[in-house]
Design a protein around this ligand. Structure first.
Ligand code: SF4
Length: 230
């Protein structure tokens, strides 16, 4: 039997709006990358390399500088905010004890096979073993900071929490990089069975071709709002 591999981001898109999933994963529409998305992927890479091989603060900032230079068309304001943000990031990491915690995974992919006929695939940014619990962290560099309610109900993290048996309580940590601040939100994950039921519902919708539009759609808040017609 063929089991399609479905990423957590595909499930998250379908969960947000079935039509968005259709545009992204079936029509394969890709809007051009914005400056802040480019900055976001640079920050992700710099942090990943730093955690792989912890070095000096100066090295972290130097690498950011080199990568932004390689992207010669980045606006100066985008380049400049990297330094204060990464410095804040370092302070937060020390303050919250992550530098003394064990890294279980750094952008590694996990998968879980569901007997209902699909494989859930996901790649958390970083997973720390904090001793009595597991922290799954995602660096959020591109969008605004959502309400706490939305963070707690975050579908992406529930995918990560359920993708494997982590062996301990899982805490989901959303780490937002904004212009001159870093916001950190913590939330705990619910019972696996409730989440699994939600995934089956979404999978059934996908294979039955249900690509309806979100009822409370706000195109200005949607990444493909400009491509969604009809
Ligand atoms: S604009 Fe609205 S209906 Fe269209 S894909 Fe985005 S959220 Fe869905």
């Amino acid at each position: 039997m063929f089991y399609p591999r479905i990423s957590q981001s595909a499930f998250s898109s379908y969960n947000y709006c079935p039509r968005l999933f259709y545009l992204k994963y079936i029509q394969r529409i890709k809007p051009p990358q914005t400056q802040s998305q480019t900055r976001g992927s640079i920050i992700h890479n710099v942090i990943k390399n730093f955690l792989k091989n912890p070095s000096k603060r100066e090295d972290l900032l130097r690498e950011y500088n080199l990568l932004t230079k390689d992207n010669g068309n980045l606006e100066k304001s985008i380049v400049d905010i990297g330094y204060p943000l990464l410095t804040l990031w370092l302070k937060e990491m020390y303050k919250r004890g992550y530098f003394s915690a064990k890294i279980l995974s750094l952008e590694e992919s996990f998968e879980r096979w569901y007997k209902e006929g699909f494989v859930l695939v996901g790649t958390p940014d970083v997973v720390f073993d904090m001793g009595n619990e597991i922290h799954i962290i995602d660096w959020k560099t591109q969008r605004g900071v959502p309400s706490e309610e939305k963070i707690i109900d975050n579908f992406q993290f529930r995918c990560y929490a359920n993708i494997t048996d982590w062996g301990k309580d899982v805490v989901f940590v959303a780490w937002y990089f904004r212009y001159n601040r870093i916001y950190t939100f913590f939330s705990r994950c619910e019972d696996k069975t409730i989440f699994d039921r939600r995934l089956f519902e979404l999978f059934n919708g996908m294979i039955n071709g249900d690509f309806h539009k979100k009822t409370d759609c706000k195109p200005e808040e949607c990444q493909l709002g400009g491509f969604c017609e009809g």
